[in-house]
Design a protein around this ligand. Structure first.
Ligand code: C5P
Length: 284
């Protein structure tokens, strides 16, 4: 079975408190976008999982979230099977774009189809939440609010024709999510770099993880300020725990133009892309 696994951006991410289980209670608005990994999943007799990925920096062992999805699915259903997964990677990792979680969700959807288990959204979300907080969101692939540690999903009001034109910039370094959450409570805002709320249409854009991450990775506030200084870029924000910073653009043409200008400004090191909202028609 062939599937796409889209990336996401967090248009808003608020941290409410640290919980007793070590996670943080959050409220986040996520939207899937038109940058996606391509997966091919096959199942056969036997057991175990083989992962092939064209990006050598992605782990191909049991720590890969796609491999974790296979073992979680086998554990829940009690089925014995061998899975082979080929991943063409287009979403950078350590980027706050949910690439690994999206791959895991795509594997769960593929296995549910191939093995004809008909588990339904609720059970798949439960299995997904065991793999990672963002996995349940990627089972729905629709703009959604996520609460709890991120695993409780509620579809967001999102007009069918609402445009989302983005330019995304991810420096060559990534950010470790557990570190970003740990550093949040005692972090300070860098003077002159606003991490407060931005209005964009009827949405309020804000990311509470900018404060700790910007304090350590000083290139990121520079990128945010540069994006906000471009014409036709009404808002800019870090996605998830970074290191991607994205600008919301007034049109797709503007996003392409700003991406081009960013390549001139920041050189060949960062990953830079223009993207729109994800649509089901992009499924293979
Ligand atoms: O759930 P996931 O494995 O994606 O989370 C990675 C790490 O990020 C967690 O182990 C935790 O340290 C941190 N985290 C958190 N609060 C959340 C989500 C993640 O503290 N809501």
């Amino acid at each position: 079975m062939k599937l796409s696994a889209p990336a996401k951006v967090n248009l808003s991410l608020r941290i409410r408190r640290k919980r007793d289980d070590g996670y943080h209670e959050i409220e986040t608005l996520m939207a899937p976008i038109s940058i996606a990994d391509e997966l091919e999943v096959t199942v056969g007799a036997g057991d175990g999982v083989v992962i092939r990925c064209d990006d050598p920096t992605v782990p191909d062992g049991p720590e890969n979230l796609a491999a974790k999805a296979v073992s979680a699915f086998a554990r829940h259903t009690g089925l014995k099977f061998r899975a082979e997964i080929t991943i063409a990677k287009h979403i950078p990792h350590g980027a706050g774009l949910g690439g690994g979680s999206s791959d895991a969700a795509a594997v769960l959807l593929a296995l549910d189809g191939l093995l004809e288990t008909g588990l339904g959204v609720e059970t798949l979300e439960q299995i997904g939440a065991e793999i990672g907080s963002d996995v349940p969101f990627f089972l729905g692939r629709r703009p959604a609010w996520a609460r709890g540690r991120g695993e409780r999903i509620e579809a967001a009001e999102w007009e069918a024709d609402k445009e989302l034109s983005l330019v995304l910039i991810k420096p060559s370094f990534g950010v470790e999510t557990p570190w970003a959450y740990r550093a949040w409570r005692d972090s300070q805002e860098i003077p002159g770099v606003g991490s407060g709320e931005q209005r964009w249409g009827d949405l309020t854009l804000v990311n509470d993880l900018e404060r700790p991450v910007f304090q350590k990775f000083l290139l990121l506030p520079v990128i945010k300020r540069w994006l906000l200084g471009r014409e036709g870029v009404p808002a800019a924000l870090m996605s998830g725990s970074g290191s991607t910073v994205f600008g919301v653009c007034e049109s797709r043409e503007r996003a392409e133009a700003v991406a081009e200008a960013a390549r001139d400004e920041f050189g060949p090191e960062p990953w830079i892309a223009a993207a729109g909202r994800w649509s089901e028609s992009e499924e293979p």
